[in-house]
Structure formats: structure tokens, C-alpha cells
Write a protein that binds this ligand. Structure first.
Ligand code: B12
Ligand code: SF4
Length: 444
């Protein structure tokens, strides 16, 4: 369940509206509309799931022409013109929805369907209105708590924690900095702990932080960990971090481990220094090795991200091999390998598009398992073919270490066997059975 739409629903509920969140496509949305009789339909997606959202919106426009609809998320934020044109959706939320969606609901309830709310875009009389800026919340401390009752019966809930939004870095393949306008905002430690205490009371003992980069602010994380330890709160948590923060602050990792951090997910992306430079990743190969040692020393499991492709002259078999060899040489935890994908809103997308190298706009293939651009030194198919090879080589290079690694992560519940199985199955379906990403997801 996408976290963003839950936040929007929670904000609407806090403002006195009735909301229900479901996972649906064009085939089953009708049954929810009949059951819940909504006054407005809100949809969320990323690029790879946009085709599902598009078909859903189109079919609802046909079947329920009076029902207003709105879509949000990164894809809709950057592609709002195409999204409105293709789906007939009434509004696109550009940016964070909590505040502006509630303002839209108020306007609609007062009979004003065309309000001036920056970030709530609509098309009228040949013009896109309210599209000049991406809406951002001023204060994250007012974020509502996500509760189970936001979801329709039959949908599962596992709480995620958001302590900050945005990231001060500007990696070329990532849409975070343009979505959040380069801003980085945090909640107060107490506000985050209050959410966690609530979830602990409900019996949850393991949380994912959905922050793009939890360890940006060392003082914040230090205070957070010290408070957990001082209050004797018992739970395990996982987060996303960066190589440079780990290397610069090894003492922070020791504290995080003491406070229950069991897993860090970290992007290495490439073992080629020039590619890291071009991606503005701001890490180096030696630091990657040091970060692994620090994590191991503190008994924090680690997941890593690897990208095949660079979008420039390093897209050639020799460099791809060099990248794979670097990952084989490291003692890493799980590695999630992607084909470089130019997502809307990223520097990479703008570059590849301006060079005329985007192959198509079949968004279901923007799933990081397919090559959607023309590489400079090889064919798209040849780049794609490296994905299963890279997985095989990187995981086989772990040898016997794979067994304790699997055991440890299952035991610490850092890894859920059903999630791994679903992920592997989706990978097999997309890579070997010729399914697209949305087909693979639909069946899961
Ligand atoms: C955690 C995460 C995941 C988790 C999701 C777990 C879950 N249960 O939510 C997992 C690991 C499964 C995942 C998978 C993928 N992810 Co992901 N993920 C993230 C991450 C890091 C955090 C998401 C989050 O919770 N954000 C916090 C919420 C509050 O923000 P939000 O979702 O943007 O929602 C706000 C607004 O967009 C808006 N909004 C959103 N929806 C709606 C709807 C309405 C009606 C309204 C009014 C407003 C609104 O209001 C929300 C509240 O402010 C983001 C990065 C990011 N910071 O968003 C990437 C990100 C969303 N993921 C991304 C991608 C590419 C993927 C994958 C396609 C990767 C892959 N190849 O597998 C898959 C697709 C999964 C799927 N089924 O859709 C990209 C999306 C880029 C794009 N244009 O598509 C992002 C932006 C990262 C990046 N920069 O590259 N992801
Ligand atoms: S990839 Fe990570 S570090 Fe880079 S800009 Fe995105 S969130 Fe920040």
C-alpha cells in the first residue's frame, strides 16, 4: 500500500471527511465505488504503475461521469499534462497532498469545482490552472497518524514511519530533489516517538522508516536513539542511509544498533568512479568498503542498490562487467539490481529526453527491469540481458555466506520470506516469462 495516499486519507479524515483506501484496478474499482459511494476518487501511482491508474481512471470516467477524480504521486506531479490528457482525470495533485487535498474537498463541498489552490491542477478553457508550483507542507509535525481504519476491510496494514521528507543530495536518477524542491524537512523527535508508541501499543514491534535518507541529520538520529534507549522502548527498525554518513559517523551506527536498528538500505549504484561522479552520488569506492565493515561491526544487516547503466559513454559491455566485478568483490548483504531508468522529474530523464534517446513511453516498462532508453555503447536488449547475469554473479559470489545471511535476516525479521518470494516471482515473471511490471504486480 503506497504510504503517500494513506497520509492524504488520514489528513482528510482528521478534517472530518470519511475516507477509505483500497488497492484496485479498473476491473474491481466498481465494487468499491458501489460499496462506499465516494464523493471523490483519489488515485496514487508511480511511473511503472501509471498504466493501471490510467485504465482505472478512464473506466471510472466512463462508468461514473459525475464522480470527480484526482491523482497524485511523483509520476503525476511531473507528467500532469499528459496524465490529464490521457485519463480525463479532473485534478492532479502536484506535490504533497495532505493540505491541498483537504482544501479541494472544502471547495467542492461549497460548490466551487475550480478553486485557486496552488498544486491542485485542472485543465479548463485551454489552460492548466494552479500548475506553477509543487505543493509542500510547511510543517511536518502536523502529519496525522496512519491508522488501520483508513483501509477497507481485507487490506493489511503494517505501519511505516516518516521522520523527514526530502534529501539534500541531487542524484541524477532520483526524483526526490525536484519533487521536494531540494528541501529537507524533519519532524520533531517527540512527534515520531509518539507515532511509534501508538503502534507499539497496537502490538507492532518492527518498523520501516520511509525517509529517503534517515541519517542526514546526525543530531536528530542521536537524540532519537538516546530517547528510545532511555525510555526502554523495544522495537526493531529499518531505514535508508548513505555510505558517506556511515563512514563519517561510525559512532552513530553503534548507537542506532543499540536502539534497535536492524537493517540499512543503501545505494552504491556503481563501482565505476566516473559514473558515481556523473550521478552526483558523492561517494567513493573506498568508503563503500569501510561502510560495510562499520555495519558488520555493529551487527546491522545491509541491503544495497546497484544500477546497470549510466546513460552516457559508460553504457558499454566492458564497463557493465567492471561494475558487476566490483559488486562481486564486496561482502554485501542483499543487492537489488536495477536497469538505469529515467524517471520523470530526474536530471537523467531530462538529459536522455533532450538527446532523443528515450525509446518509448510504455510506462509499465519503466520498472527498472527494462531498458527504456538507447544506450550509447550497446543495444537496449544487451543492457537488459545483463540483469539476470548480474543477479546470478553477485549472489553466487557470496558462496556459503548466503546461508547465514538468509538465516540471520529471517530470524531478525529484517527480511520477510513472503516478500522475498513475491519479489523473486515478480522478477522471474518480468525477466523470464515476458510479463510487464503491472502484469507481474496484478497477479501478486
Ligand atoms: C518506500 C518506497 C517504496 C516501497 C513502497 C512501500 C509502500 N508500501 O509504500 C517499495 C520498496 C515497495 C517501492 C517500490 C517501488 N518504488 Co518506490 N519509493 C519508496 C520511497 C522511498 C518512499 C515512498 C513514500 O512512502 N513516500 C512518502 C510519501 C508520503 O510520499 P508520496 O508517496 O510521494 O506521497 C505524497 C505525494 O506524492 C502526494 N500523493 C501521492 N499519492 C496521492 C494521491 C492523491 C489522491 C493525492 C491528492 C496526493 C497524493 O501526497 C502524498 C503525501 O504528501 C519513494 C521515495 C519518496 N520519498 O517518495 C520511492 C519512489 C516512490 N519509488 C519509486 C519507484 C520507481 C519504485 C519502483 C517502481 C521501483 C521498482 N523498480 O521496483 C517500485 C514500484 C512499486 C509499486 N508497486 O508501485 C520512485 C518513483 C519514481 C516514479 N516516477 O515512478 C520513487 C519516487 C523513488 C525515486 N525517486 O526514484 N518503493
Ligand atoms: S538517491 Fe538517495 S541520496 Fe540520492 S537524491 Fe535520492 S534520496 Fe537523496
Amino acid at each position: 500500500m503506497l504510504q503517500g495516499v494513506l497520509y492524504v486519507a488520514a489528513a482528510a479524515k482528521a478534517a472530518g471527511h470519511r475516507t477509505t483506501v483500497v488497492i484496485a484496478d479498473e476491473h474491481d474499482i466498481g465494487k468499491y465505488i458501489h460499496s462506499y459511494k465516494p464523493d471523490i476518487l483519489g488515485v496514487s501511482c508511480v511511473s511503472a504503475t501509471y498504466p493501471i491508474a490510467r485504465e482505472l481512471l478512464k473506466s471510472c470516467k466512463k462508468l461514473y461521469p459525475e464522480l470527480p477524480s484526482i491523482i497524485g504521486g511523483h509520476h503525476a506531479t511531473f507528467m500532469y499534462k499528459e496524465v490529464i490528457e490521457e485519463t480525463g482525470v479532473d485534478y492532479v495533485c502536484r506535490g504533497e497532498g495532505e493540505e491541498v487535498f483537504v482544501r479541494l474537498l472544502d471547495s467542492l463541498s461549497h460548490g466551487n469545482s475550480f478553486p485557486a489552490i496552488p498544486g491542485i491542477v485542472y485543465y479548463r478553457d485551454g489552460t492548466y490552472h494552479n500548475d506553477e508550483q509543487i505543493a509542500l507542507l510547511e510543517d511536518l509535525d502536523g502529519l496525522p497518524l496512519i491508522t488501520r481504519d483508513l483501509l477497507a476491510a481485507g487490506f493489511t496494514f503494517s505501519p511505516k514511519i516518516v521522520s523527514s521528507r526530502g534529501c539534500p543530495f541531487h542524484c541524477s536518477f532520483c526524483s526526490i530533489s525536484s519533487f521536494y524542491g531540494g528541501s529537507y524537512r524533519q519532524r520533531k523527535v517527540e512527534a515520531v516517538l509518539a507515532d511509534i508508541r501508538n503502534y507499539l501499543d497496537w502490538g507492532f514491534t518492527q518498523f520501516w522508516f520511509h525517509d529517503d535518507n534517515l541519517t542526514v541529520d546526525v543530531a536528530w538520529v542521536t537524540e532519537f536513539c538516546n530517547r528510545i534507549i532511555a525510555e526502554g522502548l523495544k522495537f526493531r527498525w529499518n531505514c535508508m542511509s548513505r555510505v558517506d554518513s556511515i563512514v563519517r559517523h561510525p559512532e552513530l551506527l553503534a548507537l542506532m544498533s543499540k536502539a534497535g536498528c536492524s537493517l540499512c538500505s543503501i545505494g552504491i549504484e556503481s563501482g565505476i568512479p566516473e559514473v558515481l561522479e556523473r550521478m552526483h552520488k558523492k561517494i567513493n569506492l573506498q568508503d563503500i568498503k569501510t561502510a560495510i565493515k562499520i555495519l558488520d561491526r555493529n551487527k546491522i544487516s545491509h541491503n544495497w542498490y546497484m544500477i546497470l547503466g549510466s546513460g552516457d559513454e559508460f553504457d558499454a559491455p566492458g564497463y557493465i562487467e567492471q561494475n558487476i566485478r566490483f559488486f562481486q568483490s564486496l561482502h554485501l548483504g542483499y543487492v537489488l539490481i536495477s536497469i538505469l531508468t529515467p524517471f520523470p522529474g530526474t536530471e537523467l530523464y531530462n538529459k536522455i529526453k533532450s538527446e532523443g534517446r528515450l525509446l518509448h513511453y510504455k510506462w509499465e516498462l519503466y520498472d527498472a527491469a527494462h531498458c527504456v532508453y538507447q544506450p550509447l555503447g550497446m543495444s537496449p536488449k544487451a543492457l537488459e540481458a545483463y540483469l539476470p547475469k548480474a543477479y546470478l554473479r553477485v549472489y553466487l559470489s557470496k558462496g556459503w555466506r548466503l546461508i547465514p545471511m538468509l538465516y540471520k535476516s529471517f530470524r531478525s525479521k529484517a527480511m520477510n520470506p513472503s516478500t522475498i518470494a513475491a519479489g523473486l516471482w515478480a522478477l522471474i515473471k518480468t525477466r523470464f516469462l515476458g510479463k510487464t511490471f503491472d502484469q507481474a504486480l496484478k497477479k501478486n
